[in-house]
Design a protein around this ligand. Structure first.
Ligand code: NAP
Length: 286
């Protein structure tokens, strides 16, 4: 039962109707039995500042941030954690003693999901397809977990080149056109291949990044950040090629659990969160 003592948390985005976070977070809240409530709040980009000041005034303990606010919220916050600063995006805000503090849990979410799939990042060679917001969180997660080298494959090299300057002090990083021969050569020796583009996401489930699967050995672990559909064309082709695979649901759950811990100080049950996602998948509209 919600009362005047219930602590409020939630998610802001635009649009937000299809977010799975309310179902997932409220399931974790119910499991522990704490007096919290998590709601989805549509926030028009033109009203971002008013909206987050409103949440502070209303006594919210914090909130998640999703598209299109992850970057634009940064100058509006009181403090940004070092990892979120490096990534350049915030997906979680904690409101504490009147201060709004920004974090990024996508990064740790991705790495925890990999670890739970028994993949060790340290000393490995990775190839990332795409160089958008999600890719930045993944890159920083890989760097802080000890990846040896990183190749980014994109359709537009000039647009992605600033990533080299941003991360070259931390890692041997290369940005290549994914139709180039040099990119195909890199594919032959990678341990980890990640799709961080929206290619293959519903409703465009027939799309896939251009990977020549015959170049990829069976030892390469293949991930897709997409979680709708649960198995993309990219992952289906990887499976046919004999590779171990991971979809984006683990990252979604783990970033949510990391945010939950920041707000409540308690560990969330990722099993309960995952069960709730499985349940939602069978309901029309999700
Ligand atoms: P984004 O900022 O739009 O970046 C997407 C990247 O993909 C960019 O490099 C973009 O290249 C490239 N791209 C987009 N459309 C393309 C196309 N038609 N052909 C070739 N390249 C294309 O997206 P994002 O926010 O990083 O998200 C990427 C994916 O990750 C989405 O599917 C999202 O759902 C997923 N995601 C999952 C989680 C999770 O928890 N599992 C979290 C965050 C995101 P250009 O710059 O050339 O456009």
């Amino acid at each position: 039962m919600f009362t005047g003592k219930t602590k409020n948390i939630g998610i802001i985005g635009y649009p937000i109707e299809h977010s799975l976070s309310p179902a997932m977070q409220n399931a974790a809240i119910k499991k522990i039995g704490i007096d919290y409530s998590y709601i989805a709040m549509p926030v028009n980009p033109y009203q971002l500042k008013q909206a987050i000041l409103g949440l502070k005034v209303l006594g919210f303990k914090g909130f998640n941030v999703t598209i299109p606010h992850k970057i634009n919220i940064i100058p509006l916050l009181d403090e940004i954690d070092d990892h979120a600063k490096m990534i350049g995006a915030v997906n979680t805000v904690v409101i504490q003693q009147g201060k709004m503090i920004g974090y990024n849990t996508d990064s740790v979410g991705f790495i925890t999901a990999l670890e739970k799939n028994n993949f060790t990042v340290h000393g490995k060679h990775a190839i990332l397809l795409g160089a958008g917001g999600a890719a930045l969180a993944v890159i920083w997660g890989l760097i802080t977990s000890g990846i040896t080298s990183l190749t980014i494959g994109v359709r537009n090299v000039n647009k992605a080149k600033p990533l080299i300057t941003k991360f070259e002090n931390y890692i041997k990083i290369n940005v290549l056109d994914w139709s180039d021969k040099s990119f195909h050569l890199a594919l032959k020796s990678c341990d980890l291949l990640i799709n961080a583009t929206p290619l293959g996401m519903a409703p465009y489930i027939e799309q896939t990044p251009p990977v020549e699967w015959e170049l990829i050995t069976k030892k390469t672990f293949v991930c897709d950040l997409i979680y709708n559909p649960i198995s993309t064309k990219f992952l289906n082709l990887a499976k046919e090629n004999g590779n171990h695979i991971m979809n984006g649901e683990g990252m979604l759950v783990e970033q949510g659990a990391a945010a939950f811990k920041l707000w409540t100080g308690l560990p969330a049950s990722t099993e309960v969160m995952q069960d709730k996602l499985n349940f939602c998948r069978n309901i029309e509209g999700f």
